[in-house]
Design a protein around this ligand. Structure first.
Ligand code: ES4
Ligand code: ZN
Length: 327
């Protein structure tokens, strides 16, 4: 009970959050109606009941279908503001938010429409909720690098509103090195770099994200534990891992929260953070992720809670002056 209060009250950063994964079923239905779109589910409850995933791909199929209700600038604004209100309620002081432009541009939604809605929400969240935020554009790794280059070209007019680039979608069979050239170009533009690696894919994909993409943080990264040399490297260079515990259980990376390796990752001296990934699909926003871990893993205590929140602020790309104010 008092740990729950501490977990709630700690100022924290959210570093692994797909904005399209914050679309609650209620909002999917509201936006579908507003945009005159049909849905293959008769009501909100039947859509929610479909959230029983076998693996990453079975989730992605639903996630991309849900994102198809986003069409207008206001839709992106509304979705992001709803997230920022949840984040503020969880004492998130700073959020670095992923978005997937290719999911929208393939449907004929302009890049500028996506950015305009998200950027307006960012500014409103800062002014009305006191939550600072940044946008990280992700390339869909199941698509060819050529499509990532086209996305980069579409992003250039908005380059100042984007902090960095990431890599998401189906991991196995799409190793980081597939995107070496486009990430090189992004780094030349001054963008920060992160990549999903070692969620379902092997530890070698984490090495590739570091070596070929120069990723500054690893999203998920839990499979580093298969490679002791990699664990030592991540610890020595203090490369953060953005772990998403409820996601990992929902996508069967671990059979239950009791089997999650969060405590082992901390024990290994890694800069671990706790994040929500796709909270509308995985059963909760960031504080629920913290709470679920602390309920299931008896080896975690108040010092670990403090450490995890502190890591999230340290691992963020926020200016050092902001970090000092939050700590
Ligand atoms: C994702 Cl959990 C996860 N993994 C990879 N790509 C994603 N996109 C949205 N959620
Ligand atoms: Zn993710």
């Amino acid at each position: 009970p008092h740990l729950a209060t501490l977990l709630q009250a700690m100022p924290k950063a959210e570093l692994h959050l797909h904005i399209e994964g914050t679309l609650e079923p209620e909002l999917i239905f509201a936006l579908a109606r507003r945009n005159g779109l049909g849905l293959p589910y008769p009501d909100i409850d039947s859509l929610r009941r479909a959230y029983a995933f076998q693996d990453l791909q079975s989730f992605l199929d639903l996630y991309y279908a849900g994102a198809a209700v986003l069409q207008r600038e206001e839709d992106f604004y509304h979705m992001a503001m709803a997230y920022f209100r949840r984040a503020a309620a969880d004492n998130v002081v700073h959020a670095e938010i992923f978005f997937d432009p290719q999911t929208h541009t393939v449907r004929g939604v302009e890049f500028g429409t996506v950015i305009a809605g998200l950027d307006r929400a960012r500014r409103d969240a800062r002014d009305t909720l006191g939550v600072s935020s940044e946008l990280i554009m992700c390339f869909l790794r199941h698509l060819p690098q050529e499509s990532a280059f086209e996305t980069l070209a579409a992003a250039l007019p908005y380059r100042d509103r984007i902090l960095g680039v990431g890599l998401d979608s189906g991991e196995v069979g799409n190793p980081p090195e597939k995107f070496t050239e486009v990430f090189r170009r992004c780094r030349e533009l001054g963008w920060r770099t992160v990549a999903h690696a070692g969620e379902e894919g092997p530890a070698s994909y984490i090495w590739s994200a570091l070596r070929d993409l120069k990723a500054e943080r690893i999203d998920h990264g839990v499979r580093c534990l298969d490679d002791p040399r990699l664990v030592a490297h991540l610890a020595e260079h203090r490369i953060p891992l953005t772990v998403c515990p409820l996601s990992n259980v929902m996508l069967k990376v671990y059979p239950s929260m009791e089997r999650h390796t969060l405590a082992r990752l901390l024990e290994a001296g890694l800069c671990v953070t706790v994040n929500s990934d796709d909270p509308a699909y995985f059963g909760g926003y960031v504080n629920r992720n913290y709470l679920a871990c602390f309920e299931a893993l008896p080896e975690l205590g108040a010092r670990d809670a403090y450490r995890l929140a502190r890591n999230s602020l340290d691992a963020s790309f926020a200016p050092e002056t902001d970090k000092q104010a939050w700590r």
